[in-house]
Design a binder for this molecule. Sequence first.
Ligand code: AHM
Ligand code: MG
Length: 335
Amino acid sequence: MSRITLSRYLIEQTRSHNTPADLRFLIEVVARACKAISHAVSKGALDDVLGSLGTENVQGEVQKKLDVLSNEILLEANEWGGHLAGMASEEMDKAYQIPGRYPKGAYLLVFDPLDGSSNIDVNVSVGTIFSVLRCPDRNGATGDLGEEAFLQPGTEQVAAGYAIYGPQTMLLLTLGNGVKGFTLDRELGGFVLTHDDIKVPETTQEFAVNMSNQRHWEAPMQRYVSELLAGESGPLEKNYNMRWIASMVADVHRILTRGGMFMYPRDNRDPSMPGKLRLMYEANPMAFIIEQAGGAATNGSQRILEIQPTSLHQRVPVFLGSKEEVERVTAYHQE
Ligand code: AHM
Ligand code: MG
């Protein structure tokens, strides 16, 4: 049987679901950029791309060389094609303007160019997360694009995905009708559909959380995790396993593969930071993918996808994965 490449999948989506040609082009360009990032990541010390630059991003985090390189790869790949009205990224304070010499398009692209970058230097999986929105005011796109254009709830995403740079490089994608997984075939130089119709099992016996923050958590989270740890003799009456990779892409990828529960809750370390993860380019795209795979994603009190963003780099608590567990911890927060 002939293999289904990403291009073929996208063209068939145009036929079956009216996926617009410029959205198809956008996804292909993002995939191409992820291929280039995958190549850079895999070179590591051979190309002197490991380590930090000594600069900080807008969130005050030290930038790794590969954070900045990946950001540049995505910007350069996407700025000239005429499919975007603007871009925003974890690594840039403000929205990125499409240079005046290029045409502008209908979409906005938001990304975390290299998620999990604390793992780069130790050769553990990292990834790229992206979210696609429509530009609300096409006329506005003729002048400078402000941050407001991006501040749309996750329900408005027209596509989302991530690339994971692990033992294999994979691209996970949703256009709003299920989740597909593509594996990079390095000999062919392209992504090939290998995981059709990805589903998150509704129940699980595995959770992911950074336990070192336990003393900072709020009461509902303390209760939930103590129940998980109590195992068979506790109220949940089953034993749970724990995994924490500290790369959201890798933890989410495991959950899409065999189920599980991912948590980065609110904690009381810094009152200005309601959680660690960013809504626009981490929580929203992952929530869209997880829901499309039959799982759930909340901030403890509401669906992540329904949160009205107030700023580009806003942080949110995140609970996502197998439905039964997300519903349980959300109910504890609502009590
Ligand atoms: P980053 O985008 O700066 O890499 O930070 C996000 C990452 C997530 O991938 C991961 O889930 C989390 O931070 C790990 O945090 P911690 O180091 O607190 O365990
Ligand atoms: Mg990140």
